[in-house]
Design a protein around this ligand. Structure first.
Ligand SMILES: [Zn+2]
Length: 454
């Protein structure tokens, strides 16, 4: 297993410019070729969908159980103790980009198919290991799969945590426009945030020197004391901002980045900038002040009256991730994670109902993935997990979206042990040989039992 994993880790399969038969770049293509060559060597049936994804299949039968993994990785940035594109073993620990996300899964699942083949195990379903090439950048691989290939009866996705993720929130991304009156003549630029799913740690407004707003902000920061009392009222502090007074006045608000599925762990820089402008300016700037009042105090979810929560899938969250200025309007992009008790249309309708002239410009919605914990598939998988680990059966929820939602019906099942920090997407991504062996045993039993259950 480690030999195979070593080969996979040695290819830096980070997304790159498309080439012929390599829509996600030549290194991703090369990694897929390594996988397909190994699968052929074992004698499995294989397929290559023009570099979007590939698969290896064992067995006969009408139906099919899918195992969906991905071979692309995020870039190896940061400070690595060992070379990221070499598998380094130190005792039980192994290091390398992809050991935990998600090449370890490919190595284990392929070895498992090899064992089933060598043992001549008879299944009712074919077992197909699907290897996607674009999970880290939009899962176009599985989108393609859904369009052109055979739908599995059920798919297991080892790209999250054990024991089993039976509940994933709905993910709503939407952009609203807010008319801002005279702001256009007062500013040169207004921007913040890079992605809707990250709490923005920086937001900047660049103000013209002849605009009243220039004087208002300058005088607010005139003296530390004055600034403190004024800004305190707006729930912000002078050192939240840096100010550059040059040809224009550039005011940058600073916050703390974080994931949109838990925005309370970050500190939103756009909120601060909006509060600053609202608190110092006498101008309403169209509906800007109206909009700002929603994020000035308290919780945006409650202020919009869309807060929902349930035991199956947790709390509704909203992150204001990005702001841009265009044609006299501010465009705000938000990310909302919805429990099953919430309705995305209510969230979309909320801002226009509270803010005059506010309009939803565009949105995408990926619905919840929820399978009851008493469902027979969940029970089958959990019993395999418990038999191997000795753990008690229980499910976990996530506000993040796993690869499972791209190939429904499916469920994220492993392969990171619960509570284990593998440094996935960071430097020094690691796993252990023991954990890989445990994962192998859990999946072996789970597939054998799932084949009977389905
Ligand atoms: Zn992954």
């Amino acid at each position: 297993m480690l030999e195979l994993l070593k080969k996979l880790i040695s290819v830096p399969s980070v997304m790159d410019e498309p080439e012929k038969e390599a829509p996600f770049g030549k290194e991703v293509r090369r990694a897929l070729d390594v996988f397909l060559a190994e699968a052929k060597k074992i004698g499995l049936k294989t397929h290559d969908e023009h570099g979007y994804y590939g698969w290896a299949e064992y067995g006969e039968g009408e139906g099919m159980i899918g195992l969906a993994c991905h071979i692309d990785v995020v870039p190896a940035t940061g400070d690595w103790k060992y070379p990221p594109y070499e598998l380094t073993q130190v005792g039980d620990k192994i290091y390398g980009r992809g050991v935990a996300d998600d090449k370890g899964a490919i190595a284990v699942c392929l070895k498992l198919l090899e064992k089933f083949k060598n043992d001549g195990v008879k299944f009712k379903h074919r077992i197909r290991l699907i290897v996607g090439c674009n999970e880290e950048n939009g899962s176009l691989c599985l989108k393609k799969y859904n369009e052109v290939d055979e739908k599995p009866t059920f798919t297991l996705v080892p790209d999250a945590d054990f024991p089993i993720v039976n509940s994933e929130k709905g993910i709503l991304h939407f952009t609203v426009s807010v008319p801002c009156g005279d702001l256009e003549s007062a500013v040169v630029g207004f921007s913040g945030g890079k992605r809707p799913n990250i709490v923005p740690d920086e937001a900047t407004v660049e103000i013209k020197k002849n605009a009243p707003l220039y004087g208002e902000i300058k005088s607010a920061f005139d003296s530390e004391e004055k600034a403190r009392s004024l800004l305190l009222e707006a729930n912000i502090k002078p050192h939240d901002f840096t100010i550059e007074d040059g040809e224009t006045l550039k005011v940058t608000a600073h916050g703390i980045a974080g994931h949109a599925m838990a925005p309370q762990n970050g500190d939103n820089a756009i909120y601060k900038l909006l509060r600053l402008i609202s608190s110092v300016s006498s101008d309403e700037f169209g509906s800007l002040k109206n909009f700002s009042s929603l994020v000035a105090f308290g919780d945006l979810r409650s202020n919009l009256a869309v807060y929902k929560s349930d035991p199956q899938s947790g709390e509704l969250t909203i992150n204001l991730g990005m702001v841009r200025f265009k044609d006299g309007k501010l465009l705000f992009t938000l990310d909302s994670r919805l429990p099953i008790s919430a309705n995305h249309e209510d969230v979309l309708a909320a801002l226009p109902a509270f803010v005059k002239g506010c309009k939803v410009e565009e949105y995408t919605f990926s619905p919840n993935l929820y399978i009851d914990e008493n469902d027979k598939i969940v029970k089958t998988l959990l019993s395999a997990y418990c038999a191997v680990t000795g753990d008690k059966p229980h499910c976990v929820q996530t506000g993040g979206g796993t690869y499972a939602r791209s190939i429904m019906p499916a469920i994220a099942f492993g392969y990171t042990p619960e509570g284990r920090e593998t440094n996935l997407h960071n430097a020094n991504e690691n796993f252990t040989v023991t954990e890989l062996e445990q994962f192998y045993k859990i999946y072996e039993l789970a597939i054998i039992n799932l084949d009977k259950t389905l």
